[in-house]
Design a protein. Sequence first.
Length: 287
Amino acid sequence: MKNSVHSVYIHIPFCDKICSYCDFIKVFYNEKYIEEYLLALEEEINNNYNGEKIETIYIGGGTPTSLKISELKKLFNILKIFKLNDNYEFTVECNIESLTKEKLDLLKKNNVNRLSIGIQTFNEKNLKYLNRFHTKEEVFAKIKYAKDIGFNNINIDLIYALKNETLDDLKKDIDLFLELDINHISTYSLIIEPHTKLYIYNENNIDDDLDYEMYKYICKKLKENNFIHYEISNFSKRGFESKHNLTYWNNLQYYGFGLGASGFINNIRYTNTKNMNKYLNKKFIKK
Ligand SMILES: C[S@@+](CC[C@H](N)C(=O)[O-])C[C@H]1O[C@@H](n2cnc3c(N)ncnc32)[C@H](O)[C@@H]1O
Ligand code: SF4
């Protein structure tokens, strides 16, 4: 069991726009690159996957749902190679703006059974600060549609402790998150990372005491609403803990495919190149 491979992480590094706080590995969506990227990804997977039965697949980003339907179809074709265990968990990271009904139908048809949706906040001023743009109506309608077609395992991400955010603002966000009636919530206190727009504009974090007060409020309110605080940033209803997160926490082995992805195979940790040109030229591992 110790040497078996538990999970697969696939990185899709494209985004329709770049958020002010984000230091993940991503580039602007550019149709020109996608075909080449998917070809390189296919080669990397086919050359390295050894046919193990996999418990969890996680497609992260970037924004996997920034790909067009035809591109997503190509991606799912590539992923057909993976043999899945009966109780598999297959997550796709989505953001609201690019998540259409057609894409949700396609994810469902291709065995995805968990969505992780970046919402961050409903507060208009804070959305602008983060350079994200969705409306409350859009979020509620898309999550309702996802549930209607059978997605019953949904995570949403919250970011708190933003400049000028008050405890009252956070309370309103948490109330709306709870109203969405999903079974997993990830919460992150904003980190101003180097090289991001917020860092360049010299933005500051909020006061530590308020940050801590917000964290305590989140823990208390989610507990009152039957969420289990099973990891530092993660809360879920019983039985809906992310199996993929637990791969990392329990030091289990996993493949990491795609630009900048990390893996842990044959008890060796590796990280792929973060350089798009090198990746497209199939020089996958960082040297
Ligand atoms: C891989 S990221 C983004 C997924 C998806 N592209 C999106 O934006 O919705 C996963 C989550 O990490 C959190 N995050 C990213 N950068 C952060 C930062 N600088 N500080 C705090 N949380 C951050 C956000 O909640 C984000 O949804
Ligand atoms: S937060 Fe998500 S959508 Fe925004 S730039 Fe980062 S990966 Fe892209």
